[in-house]
Design a protein. Structure first.
Length: 404
């Protein structure tokens, strides 16, 4: 049994404390679910923690400002050794009869992916991870400093979305395999890392799918079968670092491809029946193919041929003048616009933002570094380097950010 007595933290209603072991030191975080509009002090100090075991365990994930159905439940997933959680694999959690439609799965940081076992999701769930590009020791995928104490991501493999998964939402996770849509609507992927495969619309009718503020790397992107129905697809404020997009099966008039940044892509994109605006097409490998699209205020690296209805687009743009680029820093930070970029203020009005920047960092709800979910996180944390034998108390200091 473990007990924590916490002082000098403002009293909030409905606080749920979640414990788990961290890798290098205890990660102190608070999971706060409330129906009120609340604010958490930027700096909080835990004055006293009563230790009932030598190996101490502290709190997991901060969540503030979410409003959930009172009957929805939150479930912890953790596959680290010697950590007690509700589940250790995704397919066990999502397939459990105890996990009901509308529940939330928190995937805690881990070096090991949460196994999906080719599972087909048939219930509405909210799935939340810790973000990506967080590991300060990773030289291949450099991290963004000062965003999240937890240095690990929460990874999923292949995922199938079938009938009944309508309304599901995924945030802050890393997809290391493809996501297959087979008749699922009103699904949202937000701040998700796609490392391989991306999204494939396999079958059925898939309506009102939203993909926003995600990061696509290398061989990941979008594609579909020739028999699928896709309507009202929204793809906004994403970064394609390489990647591909072949969506020639879109139908209807509600599809949107807006404020996306493509950088270092080896091929052109194929899009049909879509409103295409405020994007940066860094597709040095070829021109894009647009069929029955409205095309406005985009930048093209290639000598793109555009229909007569296209307006305010720039072609033959030197991408060295557009992005910060370079070979250092996180991959998503390299897609930030450099000073004097021709993409600055070149976009078409979106909502209340007049002449926004083109690309993922522009418009009303821009891309956020590392895909940190819009729940508070701990970005700084200090604990004693050692605890003398017999010690019953210690001081811990941590700093939070609301990420709204």
């Amino acid at each position: 049994m473990k007990e924590a007595i916490i002082h000098e933290i403002p009293l909030f209603r409905d606080i749920q404390l979640i414990f788990y072991n961290s890798y290098l030191y205890p990660l102190v975080q608070i999971l706060l679910i409330s129906t009120d509009s609340l604010q958490l002090n930027k700096f909080c100090t835990i004055k006293t923690i009563t230790m009932l075991r030598k190996v101490f365990t502290l709190l997991s994930v901060i969540a503030l400002g979410f409003v959930y159905n009172a009957q929805a439940k939150i479930w912890r997933l953790n596959n680290n050794v010697a950590v007690n959680a509700d589940f250790t694999t995704f397919y066990q959690a999502a397939g459990s009869a105890s996990v009901l439609a509308g529940d939330t799965l928190y995937l805690e940081p881990s070096a090991t992916a949460y196994t999906t076992n080719s599972f087909t999701l048939t219930k509405r769930l909210v799935v939340i991870g810790s973000g990506y590009f967080l590991d300060p020791t990773d030289v291949t995928y450099p991290f963004n400093p000062g965003l999240q104490v937890a240095g690990r991501t929460a990874q999923l493999g292949f995922l199938y979305l079938g009938a009944g998964s309508d309304g599901s939402k995924f945030m802050g996770i890393s997809m290391e395999g493809s996501v297959y849509f087979s008749g699922s609507s009103n699904v949202k992927f937000e701040k998700v890392y796609f490392g391989y495969g991306g999204i494939y619309f396999q079958s059925g009718t898939n309506d009102n799918v939203s993909i926003r503020k995600c990061f696509y790397y290398g061989g990941s992107g979008f594609s579909s079968s020739t028999t699928v129905t896709i309507t009202n697809l929204v793809i906004e404020n994403n970064i394609f670092y390489g990647g591909y997009l072949t969506l020639d099966q879109l139908s209807g008039s509600g599809n949107i491809f807006r404020n996306n940044s493509i950088i270092n892509s080896g091929s052109g994109f194929t899009i049909s029946n879509t409103y295409v605006a405020n994007n940066i097409f860094g597709t040095g490998g070829g021109v894009s193919n647009f069929v029955n699209c409205t095309i406005k205020n985009n930048l093209f690296q290639s000598n793109q041929t555009l229909p007569g209805t296209a307006t305010n687009n720039q072609v033959n743009v030197n991408m060295a003048n557009v992005y910060v680029g370079g070979t250092t820093g996180s991959l998503d930070s390299r897609a930030v616009l450099k000073a004097g970029s021709p993409a600055i203020g070149a976009g078409l009005t979106v909502g209340a933002v007049v002449t926004p920047d083109c690309g993922a960092y522009g418009a009303t709800d821009p891309y956020k570094l590392s895909g940190i979910p819009n729940i508070p996180s701990i970005y700084a944390f200090t604990v004693p380097l050692s605890i003398p034998a017999g010690t019953t108390t210690m001081n811990v200091t941590f700093s939070t950010r609301n990420n709204q």
